[in-house]
Design a protein around this ligand. Sequence first.
Ligand SMILES: Nc1nc2c(ncn2[C@@H]2O[C@H](COP(=O)(O)OP(=O)(O)O)[C@@H](O)[C@H]2O)c(=O)[nH]1
Ligand SMILES: [Mg+2]
Length: 365
Amino acid sequence: MLRVNHLLRQSIRSRRKWEDRVASVLNETNEVHVDQAAKRFERIYKQKKFTPVESDKSKPTLPVSTQPPDPHIVKATFLGPQNSGKSSLVNSLCHAHLSAESKRSGSTDQVVQGVSTIHNTQLALLDTPGLVQVRGSKDRRRHAEAALKSWDSIFAADVVVLTLCAGLGFLEPEHKSIAKEIGRRAEQRSLPLLLAITMMDKVQTPRQRDLYFSLRTEIESCGLRFAATHETTTKDSKGLVELKDTLSTFAVKGNWLAFRHETTSLSDKDRVLECLRQAFLDTLPHEVPHALRCRILGWTVKENGGAEVVVEVFAARPAYLFTFYSHLETISHVAQKLSERELKKKFFFVFQGFLTPGEISSASR
Ligand SMILES: Nc1nc2c(ncn2[C@@H]2O[C@H](COP(=O)(O)OP(=O)(O)O)[C@@H](O)[C@H]2O)c(=O)[nH]1
Ligand SMILES: [Mg+2]
C-alpha cells in the first residue's frame, strides 16, 4: 500500500514538473512571437512609412436621406455544392467581379455580398462557400468553417437559391444530399427556395439534352418544393434577367444597402483582396492557393491617383512560399489588371511573405 502511495506521489510530482516545463516553453515562444510582431511593425510602419490600411475607411452605409422614394429590398443567398457556379452567377447578376471564380474546389471562403438594383428594388445577393458532405474529422477540419458561414447566410436571407450545375448530366449522390439539406433548412425557416440550374451552355447536343432531362428527373425525385426554376448560363448571360425578375417579386419594403450604380457594399480593400485571391487561384499550382492566406496591411494613395498596397502573405511551409515567390511577377500582373478593371484605379502591390508553421486560420485574412 505504502509503495503504491509513493509511486502515485512520484508520478504526480513528475507530471507537475512536466506541466511547468510546458508552461514555461509556451511563455517563451509567446514572447518570441511578440518580439517578432514588434520588429515587423517597426520595419513596415516606421522604416517604410506605409499608411496602415485602417486609414482606408470602409464604405459607410447608405444614409436614410439618400434613400429613393419607396425603396424595396430582398436578400438572397446562393447555396450549393462546390463548383456549381455560384460565384460566377452572383458576379454576372451584379455585372462585376466580386468573388473569385475557379474550377478548383473551395475557391470561395467567405460570404460575399453583391448588389443589383432594378427600378425601386435592390437585390442583395450573397455568394457563399461551396457545401461539401463531411465524412470524417479531416473533412470537418477542412470544410466546417466555410460550411458554417454558408449555413449562417440563411439567417440573413429572405430567399434561398439552390444552384446545381447542368454540365455533368447527372446528380451526384453527394450533391443530392446537399440539395435535400438546403431544402430542409429553407423550409425550417419558411423561406422560398428557388432552383438555378447553371452552365446551361454545356447542354447542346441531343445526347446532352437526354442527360439533362434525366438530371431534372433526379432533382424532382429529391422532393423539394421550388418556388421557381431557372436555367442560367454566365457565358452568354442567358436566364439572368428572368432570375432577377423572380427574385424581385420577393422584395419587401426596406432601405437600400448601396447607391443605384454600386455593385456591392464591400469596401475597396475587400475587393482588392478578392482580386488577389483570383490571381492566386489563376496562377499558383495544386493546393498552393488554399495553403496561403493574405492580408492587406498598408494602403498608400499616390499622387497619380493610384494606390500602393502592402500585402502580407502567410504560408505554413517554406515550399509554398517559394512557389509563391517564383510566380510573383505573374500574380502581380493578374491582380493589377483585374483590380484596375474593377475599381478603375491603378494598384501597385508590395508583397511580404511570412512563414507561420502549423495551421493557418482564415482569421488572418
Ligand atoms: N461553361 C460555363 N462555365 C461556367 C459557367 N458558370 C461558371 N462556370 C465555370 O465553372 C467553374 C466554377 O465556377 P464558380 O463560380 O467558381 O463555382 P462555385 O464554386 O460554385 O462558386 C469556373 O471555372 C467557371 O468558369 C457557365 O455558365 N458556363
Ligand atoms: Mg465560389
